[in-house]
Design a protein around this ligand. Structure first.
Ligand code: OGA
Ligand code: MN
Length: 216
């Protein structure tokens, strides 16, 4: 049906999106979206089996070079398994044809008490589109306008859901994953458990950066 793809014409699942005003919801239409049930429970389990070994038994850390983040582990992971490769194929339509996602995923493992503080992804290392699959725990992703902080959008990220940020939603708004004590979607409490996200990004236009980002 129209609006059900992942391209610029796509529309978010209305039940999974709240906005500070109808005008803002309209302005970010097609630019911030969320799709519930993007992967099945079976696919989610398979994806976790493929990416969890890459997270190792490393300690969870705090803080990061470009975003305030606590209680997390992460890795950049090539997608060699069948489920990972199928997922990459299915998120590719969210990206402009000439700016496809990098063939690896950023795997971010957040403890129940972890958060990703408000930030804009580095324009040096990330291109125009961000697509994130959420696994294990629900959470709330909040966008807030850099120019008018009273303008916000919240996406309810259920396990198996996919969100896409692009255009104004990617460049003109911060995004954050709310910490457990603030994890509400309107009146709905969204208790946080351990959450694993697989995040897809493309390269910025122009030159590719000479050095990859360094941890901490
Ligand atoms: C990030 C980020 C959001 C998420 O790591 O830059 O915004 O879905 N993560 O975990
Ligand atoms: Mn980010």
């Amino acid at each position: 049906s129209p609006g059900s793809g992942l391209g610029p014409e796509a529309e978010a699942d209305p039940a999974l999106l709240r906005a500070s005003s109808p005008e803002l919801a309209r302005r970010l239409r097609g630019l911030a979206l969320v799709r519930g049930g993007f992967v099945s429970e079976g696919e989610a389990a398979e994806l976790l089996r493929e990416v969890e070994p890459g997270l190792g038994r490393g300690r969870y850390q705090n803080d990061h070079w470009d975003r305030a983040i606590t209680g997390y582990r992460e890795t950049e992971r090539g997608l060699r398994g069948a489920a990972g490769r199928a997922l990459l194929r299915r998120v590719t339509p969210a990206f402009p044809p000439r700016r496809p996602p990098r063939p690896s995923a950023h795997v971010l493992d957040l403890l129940p008490g972890g958060r990703v503080g408000p930030h804009v992804d580095s324009v040096k290392f990330c291109g125009c589109t961000i697509a994130g699959l959420s696994l294990l725990s629900p959470s709330v992703l909040r966008l807030r306008s850099l120019q008018d902080p009273q303008d916000w959008l919240e996406l309810l990220l259920e396990p198996g859901s996919l969100y896409v940020l692009r255009g104004a939603a990617r460049y003109e708004f911060t995004h954050e994953i709310l910490p457990d004590e603030e994890s509400f979607f309107g009146g709905l409490r969204v208790p946080r458990g351990r959450r694993v996200a697989m995040i897809f990004r493309n390269d910025p236009a122009g030159e590719t950066p000479p050095n990859p980002p360094k941890d901490s």
